[in-house]
Design a protein around this ligand. Structure first.
Ligand code: AMP
Length: 281
């Protein structure tokens, strides 16, 4: 695969933090897009945004084992470095790609364990024990290595964006820019995990997301919205033979359960054929 590196004229590939520090030193307006690879149009939209507002854009590709609460999920997480590099090169919007090894990020740097507040143990934090602790840990380490001016993250992972914003802003003052969710024509949100789904599964995901889009519209009229959502959750589970972890309406500024549509989103996590999908509308 490394033979490919020479064919990329636009992007510089950085395999460790020493070469990263050296390469980024001359620049002071750096936009950072952290990813776990299996690049899709959602990632590309973040890169595009970074390119619009920053002088240089760096993308990282690192599947962080510490944020997986399930070994099998980590093992089966889709990886395709060659295709990723080709896609990123084609954009002509990426200046640097950081592809670190585990040791480059986690080496010798012992730091206090990150704890999530009790009130934040909702949605994915409730169902994926240790997940956000792993996310915040790697985001802090990456921020220390890359030292970006701005970090671009997707609203697709709304709770992740919410927690990283809170955590990094307080500690480092780094600006975190949330970018809107990119969807397929069939309304399914782009996700690396979609690569694990069959055509049939994807068609079903499309049916489910359309139902949820309608639900978001109809829920306006319901008095006790979260009670109504519990009923709908049970109905959808039976109808589509899926396991829904949560289907909740929450305020976008504090993620508290909401009884109004205004400034709220419908959050969902469910399993389709063993693959965990999340979305928010
Ligand atoms: P991941 O590679 O899944 O860790 O995602 C890397 C970044 O891309 C995160 O900030 C995600 O929120 C963002 N992202 C993933 N899917 C989408 C999407 N469909 N639209 C916009 N951003 C996305």
């Amino acid at each position: 695969m490394f033979y490919l590196f020479n064919t990329f004229t636009q992007m510089k590939i950085l395999l460790n933090k020493t070469s990263l520090t050296k390469s980024l030193e001359p620049f002071n307006d750096i936009g950072f897009v952290p990813t776990m690879g299996s690049i899709h149009k959602g990632h590309l939209s973040l890169i595009n945004k970074s390119n619009q507002v920053c002088n240089k854009t760096i993308v990282s590709i690192f599947v962080n084992p510490k944020q997986f609460n399930n070994k099998k999920d980590f093992k089966t997480y889709p990886k395709n470095m060659k295709k990723d590099l080709q896609l990123l090169n084609k954009t002509k919007q990426v200046d640097f790609i950081y592809i670190p090894k585990f040791k480059d990020i986690f080496n010798n740097n012992k730091k206090p364990k990150i704890k999530i507040n009790k009130k934040d143990k909702i949605l994915c934090a409730k169902f994926r024990k240790g997940h956000f602790e792993g996310v915040l840990d790697v985001m802090e380490r990456l921020t220390n290595i890359v030292k970006p001016n701005k970090i671009f993250m997707g609203e697709k992972d709304f709770q992740q964006l919410f927690l990283v914003k809170k955590f990094l802003k307080n500690k480092y003052g780094t600006e975190i820019i949330g970018c809107k969710t990119i969807r397929e024509k069939n309304k399914v949100a782009l996700s690396s995990r979609n690569y694990l789904l069959s055509e049939e599964n994807l068609a079903l995901a499309s049916v489910i997301i359309r139902k949820l889009i309608n639900l978001k519209k109809n829920i306006k009229l319901k008095k006790n919205k979260n009670r109504y959502l519990k009923t709908v959750k049970n109905e959808l589970e039976k109808k589509f033979n899926i396991n829904i972890e949560y289907l909740e309406l929450r305020n976008i500024y504090n993620l508290k359960l909401s009884s109004v549509i205004n400034k709220s989103r419908l959050f969902v996590a469910y399993y389709l054929n063993g693959v965990r999908l999340i979305d928010n509308l």
